[in-house]
Design a protein around this ligand. Structure first.
Ligand code: F6R
Length: 364
């Protein structure tokens, strides 16, 4: 079943262009260049606030979506991990929209949070990969991802498919709320259609990333930095690395580094920087200088423009295609997945079945 691949995780990383395209097919009308969501009895234009709840990698997809919902639709978003949300007695306004994101649709904490929101008058939207799951059954608005079965315990293709659905939802919400012109919606749809090709371009760096694994494999700690919608990608990169290679890794918002984690930096702590060129890039370059001044070794993941400006003096660089900011989180997921994968392979760990982890966490 793994075909030419050594592990399910590797196969699933490489499936991403196909499954993201497959997922987008149900959310966009390419001819009209329009976002299209399933029929629903929710008045999206009337939504004043969104509450997002999820766990793990699905939670990071939600963090990215918060940026999108706020930027494009100007709707305030409250987001929390399910295990915290459920027990902090959250304030829920009647008629609010609660959005749950889950590959399995069975994660106990997320399901308990969903039921809590339902009991408290929230409309329930779910982004799930298993259409027969409990969450899918209990939703008012079901937004399926079409990633196909995900076997590797570490989530990869489910994550990028979640991002694809969430990007379409953000654009649709923005259009419904009158925050997005017809032309802007068309432009977003065009960028979404280009996402699978951009994912392929990112995957083309596989061999190069494999050859960097020996730079990371001996580390005891690794830091990942990102800003804006790429901050959750830094968190996701760190999670992937720790899950499958057992190297301690932390993701930070680039600007937070000087508020503490910079104390960790020395020659032995690789710092992976996720920074597409754009308005936030200069700020990240300053953060890189802070790392360098302390002997830190940087792996910079950016586009040609970013690498041209800041690639010199890095331990390694990985060039991503230049993409619209909406697509960047999907594309930048690929190098962090591949890096974690190849480091784990170099360390000889059980990539598909990492110790202590289960694919679906059905206990609270
Ligand atoms: C990370 C990972 C987990 C899951 C989390 C939520 O690679 O797989 O963090 O993302 O357990 O699972 P779902 O999405 O099934 O609710």
């Amino acid at each position: 079943e793994k075909g030419p691949y050594r592990h399910f995780m590797q196969k699933e990383i490489f499936e991403q262009p196909t499954v993201v395209a497959q997922t987008l097919q149900s959310y966009i009308r390419p001819i009209e260049q329009q976002v299209a969501l399933p029929q629903m009895d929710i008045d999206l234009a009337g939504i004043e606030r969104i509450t997002i709840v999820a766990c793990g990698t699905s939670f990071y997809a939600g963090m990215v979506a918060k940026y999108w919902f706020e930027t494009f639709a100007r709707v305030p978003v409250d987001i929390d991990v399910a295990s915290e949300f459920r027990y902090r007695d959250p304030v829920l306004q009647p008629g609010g929209l609660a959005l749950f994101i889950s590959q399995s649709g069975e994660t106990a904490d997320t399901l308990a949070a969903l039921r809590h929101c339902k009991d408290n008058g929230q409309k329930i939207a779910v982004v799930v990969n298993v259409p027969t799951s409990s969450m899918a059954r209990e939703a008012d608005l079901l937004l399926p991802t079409h990633a196909g079965p995900e076997i590797g315990v570490a989530s990869t293709k489910a994550f990028t498919c979640q991002l694809a659905v969430l990007a379409a939802l953000a654009a649709h919400l923005a259009a419904k709320k009158g925050k997005l012109s017809r032309e802007d919606e068309q432009e977003i749809v065009r960028h979404l259609i280009e996402a699978p090709a951009a994912l392929n371009a990112a995957l083309a760096h596989d061999a190069e990333i494999a050859s960097m694994a020996h730079l990371i494999a001996p580390a005891r700690d690794v830091l990942y930095l990102g800003r804006g919608p790429d901050y959750p990608l830094a968190l996701e990169g760190a999670l992937k690395l720790k899950e499958i290679s057992y190297i301690h890794a932390e993701g930070y918002a680039s600007g937070e580094m000087k508020h503490g984690p910079i104390a960790l930096i020395d020659e032995a702590v690789p710092v992976i920087v996720l920074a597409p060129s754009g308005p936030l890039f200069e700020k990240t370059v300053s953060n890189m200088q802070e790392v360098r001044a302390r002997g830190g070794k940087i792996v910079l993941i950016s586009d040609a423009e970013g690498l041209h400006e800041a690639g010199e003096g890095c331990l390694a660089t990985i060039e991503m295609p230049k993409v619209h900011p909406l697509i960047a989180p999907l594309v930048y997921a690929v190098p962090v997945q591949l890096l974690a994968y190849h480091v784990a392979v170099a360390k000889g760990t059980d990539v598909d079945q990492p110790r202590n982890l289960a694919k679906s966490v059905t206990v609270e």
